[in-house]
Write a protein of this length. Structure first.
Length: 464
């Protein structure tokens, strides 16, 4: 059955009415191709509305115009001419704004602003398109991963199956097609008795709670993307190997298994021994690139971080039972302090930082996009300009596609759908006493993280 239609962006996203405020939404990252059309409709230029009288063509003084019939003609003709002159001027203004704000074209915005958020990693991690993969768990990350994978061309591997748990094909297809954060999927999504399809690509749907019972051998699945959240240990995820898979990529912090963060340590992946690997957390991915740059350039002694993180499905809509008494409180109306292992987990991918970082999380009432405030003491005396220069160089060099950098005055919603793991907010960088450095970075904790899941799976596939 077909779910909706494959609509263009103009149908999915209506342009908002012009307001009196002069505002141009800034250039942002080019989203993956799957969301490109939809995102085009979200960026627009709002031009000021002046008083109607401003646009009225002023007719010549009566003393300069013959009276009678000629005078009757001049005013309306002049008014029409004035109207079209105004329309042309408005069009010219809007075109000028689009030249600055078009997210599909602009790479810089001002002489000192670097946008690396639009870089992708597809060429860096090509994978192997003939390797068959399955997604186990079709929640927030599972569905984001499928969209991210669908946006890659060529495909770094072939998704042939989804373990949807208790979801029916209709439910799985509907939630893939319609998403409160991502918007409507710009793809033809259909479903049948035991499958869903995306733009004609049919994907087998299975429903099992026990990974050991999944039909991976029967389906020829070689890699499983473990996204249920229930099997994050080596022991738990190894059940997929029992079922016939050869490799597992965990979409969460792992236990008793190697952790890899693309752009930081994925080159250490060993296909001979690493059958179950972890992609770490969204926050660890977000801050690891920055930590790498700071440690290599200035030497990190120790530090703390605070992630102001959008609420997640682990929290409550209304006050209720939870093992964490703070998370037991309503997520949409509270700032909820809670623990995070993201800072300590950085040491799993950058061993030189072991024991040097710690932090907390503040869960806030936003559905997506988070921000890390990292403060470290460094060995080398430095300045804000030096720190930002190092981060910009990394974003446009070795970490391109993983780390972004901007100096625009943006807010969280501007980073929705960014492909990179994190984007440094240059103006918020601080240096105190020449050796205490604060770096603030934004990250789409769903989409950006899911892009790295696809990347790491491509790394694994490429070595099979």
């Amino acid at each position: 059955m077909m779910l909706g239609t494959s609509m263009g962006s103009s149908q999915m996203y209506a342009q908002p009415a012009v307001t009196a405020a002069t505002r141009v939404q800034p250039a942002m990252a080019v989203r993956s191709q799957v969301n490109r059309a939809a995102m085009e409709g979200q960026y627009y230029a709002e031009m000021p509305q002046a008083d109607a009288a401003t646009y009225q063509f002023q007719a010549p003084e009566a003393s300069t115009v013959n009276t009678g019939f000629a005078a009757m003609l001049v005013a309306p003709v002049a008014a029409v001419a004035g109207f079209f002159a105004w329309k042309k001027g408005q069009a010219d203004q809007q075109a000028a704004c689009r030249a600055v704000a078009d997210p599909l074209e602009v790479q810089t915005y001002g002489s000192e602003l670097v946008f690396a958020m639009n870089a992708t990693t597809g060429n860096k991690y090509p994978g192997k398109s003939n390797i068959k993969a399955a997604i186990s768990g079709f929640g927030r990350i599972g569905r984001n991963v499928l969209r991210c994978w669908h946006g890659r061309s060529p495909k770094p591997f072939d998704i042939v199956a989804i373990n949807a748990g208790s979801m029916s094909p209709e439910q799985a297809g509907h939630l893939l097609k319609y998403d409160s954060v991502l918007g409507t999927f710009d793809a033809d999504v259909q479903y049948g008795d035991d499958w869903i399809s995306v733009d004609g690509k049919k994907i087998k749907l299975v429903n099992t709670r026990d990974p050991a019972q999944a039909p991976w051998k029967e389906l020829g699945v070689e890699i499983v993307i473990e996204g249920t959240g229930a099997f994050n240990s080596l022991e738990g995820s190894s059940k997929h190997l029992t079922a016939g898979a050869k490799k597992v990529v965990i979409t969460a912090p792992g236990k008793n298994c190697p952790t890899y963060v693309c752009g930081v340590n994925e080159d250490q992946y060993n296909p001979a021994t690493d059958n179950v690997v972890s992609n770490a957390s969204c926050t660890t991915n977000g801050m690891s690139g920055v930590c790498k740059v700071l440690d290599e350039n200035f030497g990190v002694q120790y530090g703390t971080m605070t992630t102001t993180h959008s609420y997640t499905g682990d929290q409550m809509i209304l006050d209720g039972r939870h093992s964490d008494l703070r998370r037991a409180r309503a997520g949409a109306v509270n700032i909820v302090p809670t623990s995070t292992g993201a800072a300590k987990a950085v040491a799993l991918v950058i061993p030189s930082l072991k024991g040097k970082l710690n932090g907390i999380a503040l869960r806030v009432p936003t559905p997506n996009v988070s921000i890390v405030d990292l403060v470290v003491k460094v060995d080398k005396k430095t300045s804000k300009e030096e720190v930002n220069a190092a981060l910009k160089a990394a974003a446009d060099g070795p970490l391109k596609g993983v780390l972004g950098y901007t100096e625009l005055p943006l807010v969280s919603s501007d980073f929705k759908g960014t492909d990179v793991s994190a984007t440094v907010d240059g103006p918020l960088t601080m240096v105190m006493g020449e050796d205490m450095v604060k770096v603030v970075m934004w990250y789409d904790n769903e989409w950006g993280y899911s892009q790295r899941v696809v990347d790491l799976t491509a790394v694994v596939a490429g070595k099979m």
